[in-house]
Design a protein around this ligand. Structure first.
Ligand SMILES: [Zn+2]
Ligand SMILES: [Zn+2]
Length: 339
């Protein structure tokens, strides 16, 4: 089959490799759509996989072709599916509490095993979910990133009537912004330096801030009503050196800063000011199975319409170029590949 392969750190090439052969308890799935994630760029740049070449990618929707082993799972060839890309070890304390997202020995599709920028992928049956007939493969390919946003969102105290700012409108930031509004948020503001992404969020009806042109803290606070001294929840999906500090300054007394980004190094979180106002700092990592169920429901009911975020549809050959384009801040939001 053809696949986009990480050959070594920083080098992605499209090539031919043998078709994957599912083992007992696994399914062979034909990839219909695969999404490029910011973490794929990090994996390629950081050289994380131990075995190379490696097929990258973990966001996808596909058609089930084959099942190995008599497993008792309610799947059959022809089913339209998505899959949780994380498998925990199953035996550690976190896994036994259902928190395989924080398992130290977790195995991630497209990092520890071959991923989805390929014609076929093998996945454990226990990780599969069927998608409703009316859901397109394009929308279904966003179930995983939506699950990331849902997991972060559920860890906050955000509720109808709350106000939020989201720092960073990459796909996860954009989804958190949409989720906050769909959940009854009053004021939902988003800050993003990329003009293409800012314009997209503006078209979706959100007040946007250009953090390079204006002070994002003052700009965000200017959207609040009189007497509101800060936001209930500020999501940091930017992960820059001072974004948590900015989030802290935007938060009301007793409010929450949800740190969604993957941080490299130690950010200045503005703890002196945060402590004086009893700001709650929260973290989040990936998702658990229930987040997938919630995500499927949000998308199929169109409470969350993810379609405007799909800005590019490409073939396998264009995947390496799209990685470059995304890394250099090109005019893209969610890029879907049809292998
Ligand atoms: Zn992802
Ligand atoms: Zn574990």
């Amino acid at each position: 089959m053809r696949a986009a392969l990480m050959m070594k750190k920083g080098l992605l090439e499209v090539g031919e490799i043998p078709d994957p052969r599912p083992r007992a308890g696994e399914a062979l799935v034909e990839v219909e759509r695969a999404g490029i994630c910011g973490s794929d760029l990090v994996t390629l740049a950081g050289g994380r996989p131990k075995e190379l070449p490696r097929v990258l990618g973990h966001e996808f929707a596909g058609t089930l072709l084959d099942i190995q082993g008599n497993t008792g799972y309610p799947f059959k060839p022809g089913d339209r599916v998505v899959a949780e890309p994380i498998s925990g070890c199953g035996t550690c304390r976190s896994c036994r509490n259902g928190l395989y997202n924080v398992c130290d020995d977790r195995v991630i599709l497209g990092v520890e095993t071959d991923g989805v920028f390929a014609q076929y992928v093998r996945v454990p049956l226990e990780n599969l979910l069927k998608i409703p007939d009316e859901m397109s493969f394009e929308e279904a390919a966003l179930v995983q990133p939506v699950a990331v946003a849902v997991h972060a969102f559920r860890r906050t105290a955000f509720r109808g009537g709350s106000a939020a700012t989201v720092l960073g409108a990459g796909p996860i930031g954009a989804l958190l912004t949409m989720l906050a509004r769909a959940s009854g948020g009053t004021t939902v503001v988003v800050s993003e330096p990329n003009p293409f992404r800012r314009e997209l969020m503006e078209k979706l009806g959100f007040p946007v801030i250009d953090p390079k042109a204006e002070d994002p803290v003052a700009a965000a606070l200017s959207h609040l009503g009189e007497g509101d001294e800060g936001f209930d929840v500020v999501f940091d999906a930017a992960g820059t050196t001072n974004s948590v500090q900015q989030a802290t300054e935007m938060t009301r007394v007793g409010g929450e800063v949800m740190m969604v980004a993957t941080y490299h190094g130690i950010p200045d979180i503005g703890i002196v000011s945060g402590r004086k106002r009893e700001v709650n700092y929260l973290t989040t990592r990936a998702h658990i199975f229930d987040d997938f169920r919630a995500s499927l429901n949000l998308i199929s009911s169109r409470q969350l319409d993810v379609r405007p975020l799909i800005t590019n549809e490409i073939g396998l050959d264009e995947v390496p170029g799209a990685f470059d384009n995304l890394s250099s801040g090109g005019p893209m939001m969610k890029v879907l590949c049809q292998p």
